[in-house]
Design a protein around this ligand. Structure first.
Ligand SMILES: Nc1ncnc2c1ncn2[C@@H]1O[C@H](COP(=O)(O)OP(=O)(O)OP(=O)(O)O)[C@@H](O)[C@H]1O
Length: 522
């Protein structure tokens, strides 16, 4: 018991000692930790002391930013307002400059039109050009073939021709030698074509014997394109639409007709064999129109191509031999351009007539009979009538015998007034064609060699009184119309009112050859 007690006391003693040791250790540790804490605290205090100014700066910055943020919407609004003002000012300046440019552009456009019309006027409203076709390969191969045509190197309006050993010279408005390209010819006639957009009526005729190049000039294949050339003439009208300025809106329609044996046929109609008539408008305006004539509205070159294909197809189906038939008939392409200016309300109406005439060669009366004789008579009659009309117009005669053929009657409004006419006389250079070439050139000179402005008072009515050097005057079995009296009052003033229009009134007038309009669906 005592031993156990002694053991317990010893244990308690050691525990007491252990406790004191642990307490002492804890105290030492606590003291060192306390010291470290104090040191830390001193460091923190130091830090706090240094951070205080930074905090003050930050607080100051923050307050400053806060104020700026508060002020920002106001400043932004102000800046936007100022920017808006500046932009508006610049826009106003640009708009003024733009309007000024537009005004200048319009003035230039009007000037261009005036210059263009002046140019056409100076050149003469009726111009006679000549084109000599090249010698064909076949002709080159023929041993005895001779080229009879030479040109004046100093004057592009003169052509020399050797006829049975006799030298002859002809002066026209311009002569195109065989090497002249389609493009050169097109450049020459382009301004004339485009004037239909300005409200003028324009006629371009291709005249000459069969094989002299009439169709080549009027429909010749444009290099590489495979498209008939006068499609590009119509295409020029389409392109020229833009030249009037943005205020103009143009409506373009195309008709194709053929005149064979003094009979008018609609090449775009459902029935190409159907004969058309030329009639006086029942409204008493004195204007002419062709009832039933088909007009296709065209807007693109594709539309034009479709119209041509239809016209050529109809022409081919209406006859047995197209080549012969086309040589003995006149083919007319009529392009009507109606313009409307949305700013001024101004309207214009112009017409372009591209006429591929029948072959002008003389057929010996003794050798021809039946239908060939009638064909020859009709061709001679209409070409003589055309020569008479152009001669009368160019010499400003008081009466113009439009009614002597279907061709001149149909084209009456496009030949008279301040219309513009171009006669392209086609010539073959070969000796075998020389007498026909002489006839064609004499015809050209006859319609041209008139002193402009020297109007004579009267002009014989019928082609039987014609002085045409090329065509015999042959009466038709039934003349197309009764000849008109020759006084200016009756022929121009009443019956042929459209032929007497002043430049201003003609510009306002609508197309005389009208018909039910169709939309192009072909
Ligand atoms: N300027 C030219 N350049 C090249 N070839 C031409 C030219 N003019 C005509 N020809 C060629 O001469 C031939 C006869 O031309 P074209 O058929 O145009 O004569 P045409 O007067 O219209 O005859 P037709 O009265 O029979 O219609 C054609 O083969 C044509 O290609």
């Amino acid at each position: 018991m005592e031993r156990v007690q002694g053991q317990l006391e010893a244990e308690m003693q050691s525990l007491e000692e252990e406790k004191n040791r642990v307490i002492e250790e804890a105290f030492v540790r606590a003291e060192s930790e306390m010291k470290a804490v104090h040191e830390n605290l001193a460091g923190v205090r130091m830090n706090l002391l240094t951070l205080q100014p930074a905090l003050r700066t930050l607080t100051c910055d923050y307050n400053c930013l806060k104020r700026q943020v508060q002020d920002f919407p106001v400043m932004l609004e102000k800046a936007i307002g100022e920017a808006k003002q500046e932009i508006c000012q610049v826009i106003a300046e640009v708009s003024t400059a733009n309007q000024e440019l537009l005004r200048k552009y319009k003035r230039e456009m009007n000037l261009r039109k005036k210059c263009h019309n002046e140019l056409v006027r100076l050149r003469g409203n009726i111009r006679v050009l000549c084109r000599v076709r090249p010698v064909s390969q076949e002709e080159l191969n023929a041993a005895d073939a001779k080229n009879m045509v030479t040109f004046d190197p100093d004057d592009d309006a003169v052509l020399h021709l050797s006829n049975k050993g006799k030298a002859m010279s002809f002066e026209l408005d311009k002569v195109f030698p065989p090497q002249a390209s389609q493009e050169e010819v097109f450049q020459e006639v382009q301004s004339l074509i485009i004037s239909c957009i300005d409200g003028f009526n324009v006629c371009i005729f291709a005249y000459g014997q069969t094989g002299s190049g009439k169709t080549y000039t009027m429909e010749g294949v444009a290099a590489g394109l495979g498209l008939p050339h006068h499609r590009s003439m119509v295409a020029a009208v389409l392109r020229g639409r833009g030249g009037g300025g943005g205020d103009w809106d143009f409506h373009i329609t195309v008709s194709m007709v053929e005149i064979y044996n003094e009979t008018l046929r609609n090449l775009l109609g459902d029935n190409p064999s159907e004969k058309l008539d030329i009639k006086m408008c029942p409204d008493g305006s004195g204007q002419l129109y062709v009832p039933g004539l088909t007009e296709f509205a065209v807007q693109s070159v594709e539309d034009i191509n479709k119209v041509f294909d239809l016209g050529h197809m109809n022409r081919a189906t209406a006859c047995t031999n197209l080549n012969e038939h086309s040589s003995r008939s006149h083919a007319l392409l009529i392009v009507t351009v109606s313009g409307f200016n949305s700013s001024t309300g101004h309207r214009t109406s112009g017409k372009l007539n591209l006429v591929d005439l029948a072959g002008s060669e003389r057929i010996a009366k003794s050798g021809a009979e039946g239908s060939r004789l009638r064909e020859a008579q009709c061709i001679n009659k209409s070409l003589s009538a055309l020569g008479d009309v152009i001669h009368a117009l160019r010499s400003k005669q008081s009466h113009v015998p439009f009614r002597n053929s279907r061709l001149t009657y149909l084209l009456q409004d496009s030949l008279s007034g301040d219309s513009k006419t171009l006669m392209m006389v086609q010539v073959s250079p070969m000796d075998s064609n020389v007498s026909e070439s002489v006839c064609s050139l004499k015809f050209a000179q006859r319609v041209r060699s008139v002193e402009l402005g020297s109007a004579s008072r009267k002009q014989a009515e019928n082609s039987s009184t014609s002085s045409s050097p090329t065509h015999d005057s042959v009466e038709l079995d039934s003349p197309p119309v009764t000849p008109l009296p020759i006084s200016r009052t009756s022929s121009v003033g009443s019956t042929l009112a459209s032929g007497s229009k002043t430049p201003g009134s003609r510009r306002r007038s609508q197309s005389h050859i009208t018909a039910g309009r169709m939309k192009l669906t072909a």
